[in-house]
Design a protein around this ligand. Sequence first.
Ligand code: ADP
Length: 552
Amino acid sequence: MDRDVELLARIIEHTPVGIVLLKPDRSILYVNLLATHLFNSDRESLLGVPIDQCIVDRQGETPLRELLPVVFQGTAGESKVGISRGEKEELTCTLTAFYIGGKQGHEDSVALVFRDITHELKITEQLEKKNVEMARMNTELIRSNMELTRVSEMKSNFLSIASHELKTPLTSIKGYSDIIIDGMKDRVDPGVYRMIESINRAAGRLHKVIDNILDVTRIEQKKLRLKGEKFAIEAVAGDCVEEMAQFAGKRNIAFNKFFDAGLPQFFGDRMRIYQVFTNLFTNAIKFSPDGSAIDVTITVEDNNRFHIAVKDRGIGIDRNEQKNIFSAFYEVADINKHSTDHTKFMGGGTGLGLSIAKGIVERHGGQISVESDGVKKDQFPGSTFHVLLPVHSEASWEALEKDEPAAAVTAEAPADLIPGRGNEEKQALLIIDSDRETVEITRMVLENVFDIIAAPSGELGLALAFQYKPSVVLLNTYLPGLDGFRICTILKSQTETRDTPVVFLSAETARDGIEKCFACGADDFVVKPFGNKELMDKVGRVLMKKKSEMAK
Ligand code: ADP
């Protein structure tokens, strides 16, 4: 038994909490080792000393003053106390105090158990600080993320608006130069004529660049809409090879087709898939030496996906650049790397082709990647672009393609009229377009046949349509006030104008924009900048169609 007591005493002495026993007069009867350490003293100096002298916090308060009288009444209590250890240091401890009743002639006593939590508190405090700091950084990240998204949206909107705005003046450049090329060759100096041809070609190229920028914007804004149909993908690839072979042939570059027999039908947007082939083939030609070959392979893997591989024997692509080339506006930095002693591959494009291809492929639920051994001086390691596209069923395709709700359109026809007719003997053609240049070109192209009436706004155009009942209406989609869609809807809903053919003139090339025109009753659509012949053809065609319908 004595041994047990001795053992217990040793445990209490060395336990990692501070233990103090108090006499009823609150002087110290016993302190264990850790308590002496907490009070920064030794046992001899502490025994018999009132506890309130040992536990004083930094403010000079004796935190046990209120607790102890209560505990001596026979209860227990808990508290958090500060124990000052000199000027600089203060420990924080949790304190549990409980009453020990006197037995067999012993006095009543109170036991105090201290647990030093100074270090724990510091860590908790630091953790809290870190948490606050992290929360602040997180807020900062969210804010910069929002800012980035806003800037990216601004960029996309800017590109989209700028591209539409560029298309309008381009209509004039292309239209006027078409007029000269088609009908004034004899009247223009041959040198000037060549310059005009060059202006016409440049306008055509700029047109393509703008269309690419619009496509990238649509992809970035997740607004690329597809029109699904069933077709043979190898036929589309074959058509594209044929078209490209004209350019490739000039540099003796040959295309080899390896298309698996019995490929399943493809479900997707035929035009957009053609665009993917065009972009890949153009690059393959652009970055290959004269006389080399390009292999186009189409197989089906696991019966559920098409694998298209376009392999060239060209300059290759640096391994570090391979992940970047699919980003919009990215071109491999050093254009000199694109040249050897013999051949220059100044593939100066816009850096948009691959990002558009990626956008289209991903929109079809597929993936695109590149494989190349890198660039080696004066060698042609080549590159292979891989495109994986799912074999869609009609149902899986429909899940991918969402329909845009049709716009609801209603409007009242205004009554005020302004311009009158010039030549009443000719049929009237009404053009409703706020762009003066487009009106002028249309006038030059069609005034031999038609009496042209022009309206710069939707309201006026509508009024003139009811006043003069023109044989045909040319209509821009975007107009100040009443837009082209609403005007067309109104014209097609009224008995007097229902049969008047309406041809839209617009820089809009997005399929959904064009579809919207037809949905509100358009008879045809001409994309700006248009060629003069195209405009004449379309106007002629809608009139012929109307004539044959009237004859029925
Ligand atoms: P670009 O219209 O400028 O060709 P792309 O987006 O089509 O833009 O291609 C981005 C870049 O990737 C190109 O500038 C070129 O450096 C590199 N690249 C693309 N295809 C090939 C290829 N077949 N061989 C070598 N480099 C290529």
